[in-house]
Design a protein around this ligand. Sequence first.
Ligand code: ADP
Ligand code: MG
Length: 673
Amino acid sequence: MAFVELKNLNKYYPISGSEDFQALKDVNLSLDKGELVSIVGESGSGKSTLMNLLGGLDSQFTGEITIDGQNMSTFKEKDFVNYHKEKIGFVFQSFNLVSHLSVLDNVTLAMTLSNVDKKTRVARAREVLKQLGLDDQYKKKPSQLSGGQKQRVAIARALVNDPDIIIADEPTGALDSQTTDQVLDIIQDIAKTGKLVIMVTHSEKVAARSTRVVTIDDGKIIGDIRQGEIALHDNAFELQQKSKSKNLTFFAAIRLALLNMKEKLARNILIALGGSIGIMSIIVMLSLGEGVNDYLTETMNANVNPLVSEVRMPIVMETNNSENTDSSMMIMTPAGAEIPAGSAPSGPPAGVTQSDPFGEENLEELRNIPHVAEVNQAYTSLTIGSDNVIFEENKYSFMTFGTTSGMTDSNILYGAFPEEGEILITEGIANQMGATAEAAIGKEVTLDVTIDGDSLEKNYIISGIYTAGQAIGAFESVYMSADSFETLTAENNMEVKPNVVYLVSDDPDNTQAIKDEVAALGYRGSSADALASTFTQMLDIFTYILSGVAGISLFVSAIMILTVLYISVVERTQEIGVIKAIGGRKKDIRRIFVSESFLIGLFSGILGVGIAYLITVVGNIVVENLFDTAILNMTPAFAVFGIVTSVIISMVAGLMPAQKAARLDPVEALRHD
Ligand code: ADP
Ligand code: MG
């Protein structure tokens, strides 16, 4: 039995609808090792069709193909892969070298697919290249070679795995007569080593140098002439020890992907840039959330006594203690006091209102909240233009007046808590008075405050400087002790009910429960709490917008990567065909493309993280200049998250193109006419 046996081989190409075109008609042929067979025939006679079937690139046929006793009809994908890796070497008319790989990489590609170690790979490839006179060319790219050199590289690639059969479809079709002779010499030498060389040709001259000429016409063999034997080498038929077929490793796939990406550097940089926008938005968004959260927590902790909960009466929309009777609508100010709508912001007579006072029953209700150890009554008001500190005949206005109940030491910037007859002022007032904060302490001033519509005046000594810390919405303020306030109102025959109450908890851990209960009873919490929650809400909205932007740009970049990889598949069709012809599995091809999308994702992610980092640095510098605090906090976890997200999105986007590449029909992929 011959090495290759074709029996009643028929090939039908499906064309439109139910019609088939018969390209091979009952072909019977036996071929043996050591033969150099020329297949001749007119264009369209079925030569390539026959080669594709023999080479296992096309498995759709009727009849029988037997190679070395194995029936091809029984081949599974794995068998075809091994067949390509071990038994068959292809040489094509158009060389089909992979343009972005060096000569050496082109020749070693088949071994890379089999995971042969690098040393063996390079040694074997250089040995073959040397035999073909290309030893000094192995670093070049295919585009730097002449036609004859390219075909010799292609022959080296076909020989490197030491196959039994070499199939050459018009190997000299693209060469001039001198290089044709060179290539034919090489092909003859190959046959001398005991391989079966099957060569498709148009040329009489080429056919004349073979041992056998098979003529094919309209899908039928019409001639089979033997014209002499070839002088076989002594060690003919001896084959190299074949490495056990393994698979393309992940690192080899990454390297192949990198080599391809390097070739299209500008394009890949642009893609990475496009892909980085979404990742950058996500990281900036997360950093902003983190930074603002840190800021709020820090501010709260620095200025709030963890035992104390501030309570105010519920907001009443209809008010009757306002002087301004026609304006019943109230506006919330940042500090939580109400200013009647329509009151002029600065011109006297100023509209002045306070939170509604607590009644005895309210205080009782608050006292009964579990874990409340103490109920401190306090007074506070927010006014515009009617409260002043008078110093050396000059008036300095302030907005917040209140008692010191609920304050902590952190609220005292300089000096001490005020005793009877003393007050705290803010640094701004001290500066307006022409003094530094520290120099203002001990000075005597006249305080002019409006309480329940009455303007009260009394002299006080400044005991210290008040600070709201970093609290937002801190106005110029004056504070005195609750006792001093009681003295002041009593001297003016007034009885002022508290409009703020500070509940002291028995344990810091119970404070939140008290706050929750206060809210459940319908009271309001501290204005700072309210402000923080407003702020958080605004931040949430901002975060939603940013997430939207990030989501859309991630989606767009996924589509972009998808498109680019599809284009890449089209561009690399021939390369994919070659990989399949030399024994690349679907899996290997998928792996090369998935590696490429992995790399695009990785680069986009790294770029996105880099840009986001720059934005947080620059953003923080700007914000620090404006507000004295940094609000972008990019943690390493965000960077990792960004890169991982980018890689995942990119790989998901790359799945479809990779699948398309893996499914590509090698016959289609390698067709060039
Ligand atoms: P050759 O290589 O001898 O020039 P081919 O083997 O390429 O010829 O083609 C043989 C015949 O089969 C031609 O008539 C060609 O048009 C037809 N053919 C080849 N491939 C296909 C295909 N994929 N679908 C339909 N017809 C095809
Ligand atoms: Mg052809």
